[in-house]
Design a protein around this ligand. Structure first.
Ligand code: ZN
Length: 149
């Protein structure tokens, strides 16, 4: 477990320092604002959808290291996926951080996202980790705004 903790810290620090896909998409056809008032995380997620596929995805905003690292990894995982695959990832991530899924026992597509499994021990942090996923999900469904409150 301490190995996982080390990996967790390393990955969070890396993505917080160098967030991937941290930019606006000028020709985005979907975008949504996500807000986690409990922590002060504020993100905007941009999506470029074409032929039922996420051609491009990005985010901007500010927040704690967990929210930013999670958003960075969310964009990496969702980019290039079909809408159905993106929905599946959202569902799996959500169930994992809520502790409703045993990510080691159940078949899933989470891969490196499993490092976030530990946040389920910290209810306030669950919202930080899942904010970008909820925001991406809202954008997929054409909703403009979500709040975790
Ligand atoms: Zn946060």
């Amino acid at each position: 477990m301490s190995e996982l903790n080390d990996l967790y810290q390393e990955v969070i620090l890396d993505h917080n320092k160098n967030p991937r896909n941290f930019r606006k998409i000028e020709n985005a056809n979907r975008k949504a604002d996500g807000n986690n008032p409990l922590c002060g995380d504020e993100l905007k997620v941009f999506l470029e959808l074409e032929d039922e596929r996420v051609q491009d995805v990005s985010f901007v905003g500010s927040g704690c290291a967990i929210s930013k690292a999670s958003a960075s990894m969310m964009t990496q995982m969702v980019k290039g996926k079909t809408l159905t695959e993106a929905e599946t990832l959202f569902d799996e991530f959500h169930r994992m951080v809520l502790g409703e899924m045993d990510e080691e026992a159940e078949e899933n597509h989470l891969g490196k996202l499993k490092i976030f499994a530990g946040v389920r021990e910290f209810p306030a942090r669950v919202k930080c980790a899942s904010l970008s996923w909820h925001t991406m999900h809202a954008a997929l469904h054409g909703e403009a705004e979500i709040s975790t409150e």
